[in-house]
Design a protein around this ligand. Structure first.
Ligand code: CDV
Length: 311
């Protein structure tokens, strides 16, 4: 018999952040959504990837200019302090994505988990960086994550906050099954993530609706296959004319979407997540200790790209 544990879990989707928007204005929006999430029973609220700025990897510029305009040199800092203060005041945890510039000058696409006391208890640096590092003048916009960020060096770790085991990742990571499985093997109960997904694919002609389908199917399949809750917060709508998908969701370990945003604006969705649902899957169909066969999965770590069939 599994005893019931619950978590008030909210996703705070963001509408666009334009180039002219200040950090202070963005943080005011986040604080307002944190208050709404709290009033609806949430204990943890998930904000998007690169939540404090526009999705700047779409613009060609040199790193020095990007450093000045878009990166956080410390966390917290004066601009985001109201968010940390509000978390403490409301006794509320949060996940936040931002561009990190380290004291050594390294750049990462980073996310943190902050607990209800306002302390940073977990940090993740994005591992699967999509896009390119060269200038593509013929493309409608750039996707320069490979120019502006290094591959994350912290791995996929799991953090305890509010007596819940949280895993985290960022945007493109959500499409890779390895992301979730590595965290599920550390008994993650909830994976939280933020994303910025342009509606238009600059590499091939992909109908816009498929951008949403592949987003949702990745979250739903991986929630089920790992017996975990997945909460995904998008930054969406048209940022200075560049449209990104919405459809922020909270997915149960059954693979079902239990809350989904309706708009492409700032919008809070919220559920009372029964964490014990995940345990049924982890004890039965996906009982890893009983049923996994890692001796037959060796290629997953031995090969990066696909090769010839094994002989
Ligand atoms: N920010 C992202 O990682 N975006 C990618 C886009 C480029 C496809 C994503 O996987 O949504």
């Amino acid at each position: 018999m599994t005893s019931k544990r619950t978590l008030g879990l909210a996703v705070a989707q963001m509408g666009p952040v334009h180039l002219s928007d200040t950090r202070a204005a963005v943080v005011r929006r986040l604080v307002e959504m944190m208050r709404e999430a709290k009033s609806r029973g949430a204990e943890m609220v998930v904000f998007p990837e690169l939540a404090l700025t526009t999705f700047f990897p779409r613009y060609w510029m040199d790193e020095k200019e990007a450093d000045e305009r878009f990166y956080e040199k410390t966390m917290p800092n004066a601009d985001v302090q109201p968010l940390f203060n509000t978390a403490r005041e409301l006794q509320m945890g949060f996940y936040l994505g931002y561009a990190e510039l380290t004291p050594e000058g390294r750049r990462f696409n980073t996310a943190i988990i902050v607990d209800r006391g306002g302390a940073i208890v977990g940090k993740y640096r994005k591992i699967h960086l999509p896009g390119h590092s060269d200038h593509k003048p013929d493309a409608p916009f750039q996707h320069l994550e490979k120019k502006f960020f290094e591959v994350g060096d912290l791995g996929f770790r799991v953090f305890n906050a509010m007596d819940v085991r949280f895993g985290m990742c960022l945007c493109n990571d959500r499409r890779w099954p390895e992301t979730y499985r590595v965290m599920a093997l550390q008994s993650a109960e909830v994976v939280v993530l933020g994303y910025n997904t342009p509606s238009q694919n600059i590499h091939w002609n992909e109908p816009a609706h498929l951008r949403t389908t592949t987003h949702l199917v990745s979250l739903q399949a991986n929630a089920y296959q790992n017996g975990m809750w997945v909460a995904a917060a998008g930054k969406c709508g048209s940022e200075d004319g560049h449209h990104m998908i919405g459809s922020s969701v909270i997915v149960a370990p059954t693979g079902e979407i239990v809350a989904r945003s309706l708009t492409e604006e700032d919008e809070v969705i919220c559920v009372n997540a029964d964490l014990s649902i995940g345990e049924y899957f982890r004890q039965h169909v996906f009982n890893f200790a009983k049923h996994r066969r890692p001796e037959h999965y060796k290629l997953i770590v031995e090969r990066t790209g696909a090769g010839e069939p094994l002989v």
